[in-house]
Design a protein around this ligand. Structure first.
Ligand SMILES: [Zn+2]
Length: 447
C-alpha cells in the first residue's frame, strides 16, 4: 500500500502516541490524580504540533475542553468539526496487562496502553493530518474545528460547552466526525469480510429507580405482596418485550450496504431483510443480544435492594433499571411505557438520569459521500456501512442542532482489540495509525 505513507507524513507517530499514553488522563480519578496529567497533555500537544498551534486559534472551554479553529478559504458554508477525547477510563489493578497500561510500550509495530484506541489513537490521527497538511502550506476549503474533551468518559461538560459556544455564535457544522465505529472484521455473524462501520446515530440512556413500600413486621406471617415481592414483580414485567422492535432506516441501510459486499445466499438474504423492516425487526429481536439492541429500547435491571434482616419484612425495596432508548423514541414516552407495564400504583418510578436518543444522520448526502471518498483513499476496497451506536459519545451535543454527525474512527480494530477498549491490553497497530492519518488528510483535502 504505497499510497498510505505519502511523502508529507511525518515519521514517529508511534513515539508521539506513546508519550500521550504515558500521561494518565483518567477523568474518573481526577480527584486523586489532580489536573496535572491533563495540563501536561495540553502542553504535550503544543510541543508535538507546533504548526497547528501557530496556525490555528486555540480556545479553552471549561477546564477540560480544547477548541482549535482553522480558518478555511470560504467561511460562508458550515465548518467541519473533528472530535475526540483525551481522557481515558481507569485500569483495574487486578488485571494483568502484557505491558503496563501507562508505559506506552512500542513493540513489533504496535503501541500498547490505555487510550491507544479510546481515544488517543483517533485523536492523534486528526492532529497528525492537520500538522502534515500545514507543512505543505495547505488551507482547507471551509472552516475546520478540532473539538477535544477531557471528560467524555465521565459524561463531562467539556464537549457540551463547546457545542453550546459554537451554537451561540451561530456556527452550525456542515459535518461532525467523532469516535464510534471503526474498520472492523465481520460486522454481523453471517457477513464475512471487513467494513467501515459509521455510526449515524446513538441510542438514548435512561436510568429509573423503582421503589415499593410495605408494612414491616415479623416474617412469620407475611402478607401476599411484600415490598420485595412488588419490586420483583415490577422487574419481571419489564422483560425484553417491554418495547416493540422497530428497524430504523440506519439498520435497513446497513443490511442493504452489507448485501452489496456479500456474495451468495447470505447476500441475497441481507438484501431481502434490508427491504423488509417488519421481518428484520422481529428477526433481530428474536436473535437477542446485540442484534436485538439494534432494533429496540433495551431494559436492564442493574441493582436491587430491600430489607434489613433475614426474618423481618422489609418496609421498603427498590430496583434500578438502565434503559437504552431506540432512535425515534423519547425519554417521556419511554417512562410512560415503563409505568404502564409495571401496572402497580404502589411502585413509584423515579427518573434518575435521562438523555434523548440522537437524530439519525443521512447516508444520501454529500457528507456521507465525502467520508466514503476519504475511506477509498485510506482503506481501498472497504465499504462504508451505516449503523446505530449503543453507547454515548460527545458528538450527541452537536447532533441536537447539526444534522450530519457521524461516529467513526478510521482505525482497523479486530474483535480482540474492540474488546480491549475499557478492558485489558488496549493496543493499536502503527500501520493502522498511518492509514488513519491518511483518512483525515484525504477528508480535509476534499472538503
Ligand atoms: Zn471514547
Amino acid at each position: 500500500m504505497t499510497n498510505v505513507t505519502s511523502p508529507t507524513a511525518r515519521p514517529g507517530i508511534d513515539e508521539r502516541l506513546s508519550r500521550m499514553i504515558r500521561l494518565p488522563t483518567v477523568s474518573a480519578e481526577l480527584e486523586q490524580r489532580g489536573a496535572e496529567p491533563f495540563e501536561a497533555f495540553v502542553a504535550l500537544l503544543a510541543e508535538l504540533y507546533p504548526l497547528a498551534h501557530a496556525n490555528l486559534d486555540l480556545e479553552r472551554h471549561t477546564d477540560l475542553g480544547l477548541l482549535f479553529h482553522w480558518k478555511g478559504r470560504a467561511q460562508a458554508d458550515g465548518p467541519l468539526v473533528l472530535m475526540a477525547h483525551f481522557d481515558v477510563v481507569p485500569v483495574d489493578e487486578s488485571d494483568a496487562w502484557t505491558h503496563p497500561p501507562f508505559d506506552g510500550v512500542i513493540a513489533d509495530g504496535v503501541v500498547y496502553g490505555r487510550g491507544a484506541l479510546d481515544d488517543k489513537g483517533p485523536l492523534i490521527v486528526v492532529m497528525e493530518a492537520v500538522e502534515n497538511l500545514l507543512a505543505d502550506g495547505f488551507v482547507p476549503a471551509r472552516d475546520v474545528y478540532l473539538s477535544f474533551g477531557g471528560n467524555e468518559e465521565t459524561y463531562g461538560r467539556a464537549a457540551q460547552e463547546i457545542a453550546a459556544v459554537l451554537r451561540a455564535r451561530g456556527v452550525v457544522p456542515w459535518l461532525v466526525v467523532d469516535e464510534g465505529g471503526a474498520v472492523v472484521d465481520a460486522p454481523l455473524p453471517f457477513v464475512p469480510g471487513r467494513a467501515a462501520m459509521i455510526g449515524v446515530g446513538e441510542k438514548g440512556v435512561m436510568t429509573v429507580k423503582l421503589t415499593a413500600r410495605g408494612d414491616g413486621g415479623h416474617a412469620s406471617a407475611p402478607p401476599s405482596l411484600t415490598a420485595v415481592r412488588r419490586i420483583a414483580r415490577a422487574v419481571d414485567r419489564l422483560g425484553p418485550a417491554t418495547f416493540r422492535p422497530r428497524a430504523s432506516t440506519a439498520v435497513l441501510r446497513m443490511l442493504t450496504r452489507l448485501a452489496d459486499e456479500t456474495p451468495g445466499p447470505a447476500g441475497h438474504l441481507l438484501r431481502l431483510l434490508g427491504s423488509a423492516p417488519l421481518v428484520t425487526a422481529r428477526l433481530f429481536a428474536a436473535l437477542g443480544g446485540e442484534a436485538a439492541a439494534l432494533v429496540r429500547t433495551t431494559v436492564a435491571p442493574t441493582m436491587q435492594s430491600g430489607g434489613t434482616a433475614a426474618n423481618v419484612l422489609p418496609s421498603q425495596a427498590s430496583a434500578t433499571v438502565n434503559l437504552r432508548i431506540a432512535l425515534g423514541e423519547t425519554t417521556q414516552r419511554t417512562v410512560l411505557r415503563v409505568r404502564r407495564r409495571i401496572r402497580d400504583p404502589l411502585v413509584s418510578v423515579e427518573v434518575v438520569e435521562a438523555s434523548e436518543p440522537s437524530p439519525e444522520s443521512s447516508t444520501e448526502n454529500a457528507q456521507f459521500a465525502l467520508l466514503a471518498d476519504a475511506l477509498a483513499v485510506s482503506h481501498p476496497g472497504i465499504p462504508a456501512v451505516p449503523y446505530v451506536m449503543m453507547a454515548a459519545t460527545d458528538s450527541r451535543h452537536f447532533h441536537r442542532f447539526a444534522p450530519a454527525v457521524y461516529r467513526f474512527a478510521p482505525l482497523e480494530m479486530s474483535n480482540a482489540q474492540r474488546a480491549s477498549i475499557h478492558g485489558v491490553d488496549e493496543h493499536v497497530e502503527v500501520a493502522a495509525l498511518e492509514r488513519g492519518e491518511r483518512f483525515h488528510r484525504a477528508l480535509l483535502e476534499r472538503l
